[in-house]
Design a binder for this molecule. Sequence first.
Ligand code: NAD
Ligand code: ZN
Length: 368
Amino acid sequence: MTVIPVDIAGRPYEVRIGSGLLADVAGQCGTRLRKPHVPIVTDANVHAAWGAVVEASLRAAGKQALWRILPPGEATKSWEHLSATVDWLLGHEVERGDHILALGGGVIGDLTGFAAAILKRGCHFIQLPTTLLAQVDSSVGGKTAINTPAGKNLVGAFHQPALVLADLDALATLPARELASGYAEVVKYGLIDDPAFFAWCEAHGRAVLAGDANARAHAVATSVAAKARIVAQDEFETTGMRALLNLGHTFGHALEAETGFSNRLLHGEGVALGMVLAARFSARRGLMGEAEAERIAAHIASVGLPADVRALGLNVSGGQLAAHMLHDKKVDAGRLAFLLMRGIGQTFLTKDVSLAEVSDFLADELKG
Ligand SMILES: NC(=O)c1ccc[n+]([C@@H]2O[C@H](COP(=O)([O-])OP(=O)(O)OC[C@H]3O[C@@H](n4cnc5c(N)ncnc54)[C@H](O)[C@@H]3O)[C@@H](O)[C@H]2O)c1
Ligand SMILES: [Zn+2]
C-alpha cells in the first residue's frame, strides 16, 4: 500500500492506494466508524459490483451498512438527489462527528461530499473512489458539487474528505471506456509539470489500461501525489496553482457542451482531445514545437482516446464551438483564462487569449 499525505492546513488527511482496501474497509476506517450503523452513498452499478465486499467487511467488524443507492450517471448530481440524500442522512440521525462513506466514481464523490459539507454545517466523509478518474482526480482536493440547468458543477463547496481509500481492485470491474477516459487525467499530470512522468506514460500507458497491477499502482500514486501537492498549495483555487489542473478542460468543456454532456464524449475523452488542442494551439502561437504537440497527440491516440476533433463529426463552426467557453466557470470578469504549454511539462496560465483567436484555430482544426 502507498500512503500519500494531503497537507491541507488544519485538516491533513491520507490517500491510501493499494489492493484489497474495500475488502478491509472497516479496518482501514478504524475508529472513524464510531457507531454500529454506517451510512454509505453509492450508485447501482457500483453497489452491484462492490456492495457485498464492503458489507462483508463491515459485518465482520460488527457493523451494518446503511445503503443509499442512487441511479448511475451525471444526472444524479442534482438538487433533487442532493436534497433527498440529505434528508435520508438526517433521517438516520447522522451527526457532525460521524463519517459518511462515498463509494463510487466522481458523481457519487461530488454529491456525497457536498451533502457532507452542508449536513449540520459540515460532517465528515470518506472517499472510496471506484473509477480511475475518481482515484487520480475527483476524490482528492475537496471540491464537491452538483449540476444545475445553468451548467455543470455550478453549485458546491470546498470540503475535504477525512480519508481516501483508492482500491486498485475496483478498476477490474470498470468498463474499458471509463478506464481510458480516466487515464486522460493521468496523462494530464505529466503534461502539467512532470515530463518524466509523461515519458513513463508513453512507455506504460497501455499496460495501465490492460490491467498491469504495478503500472496501475504507479500511475495512481504519481497522479495523487501531483494533485496533493497542488491542492495543498492552493486549496481554494486562489493563487492560479490549482488552475493548472484544468489543462485541456477549456477546450474539453466546449466539446462536452457541444455534444450535450452525453455518452458521445465522456469527460476524460473531452479532456484528452482538449489537451491535444491546447498543445496545437500553443504550437500555433510559437510557444512549443509542432513536433512536441504531435508527440502528445500520438500518445493520446495510441491509447484509443480522441486526438482529432474531426473524428467527432460535429456540425459546427469554430466560432460556435469557442462560444461555449464563455459559459465556463473559469471565465473571470469576462476574460478567458487559458492554460497553454511551453513544452511537455511546462503548462502555464494566461489571460491574453481572445475568443476570436480561438475561433480561428478551431475553424482550422475542424477543417483539418
Ligand atoms: N471534485 C473534483 O475535483 C472533480 C474532478 C474531476 C471530475 N469531477 C466530477 O466527476 C464526475 C465524473 O466522475 P467519473 O468519471 O468517475 O464518473 P461516474 O461516477 O459517473 O462513473 C462512471 C460510470 O462507471 C460506473 N462505475 C463506477 N465505478 C465502477 C466500478 N468499479 N465498476 C463498475 N462500474 C463502475 C458508474 O456507475 C458510472 O456508470 C463528473 O461529475 C465530474 O464533474 C470532479
Ligand atoms: Zn477533469
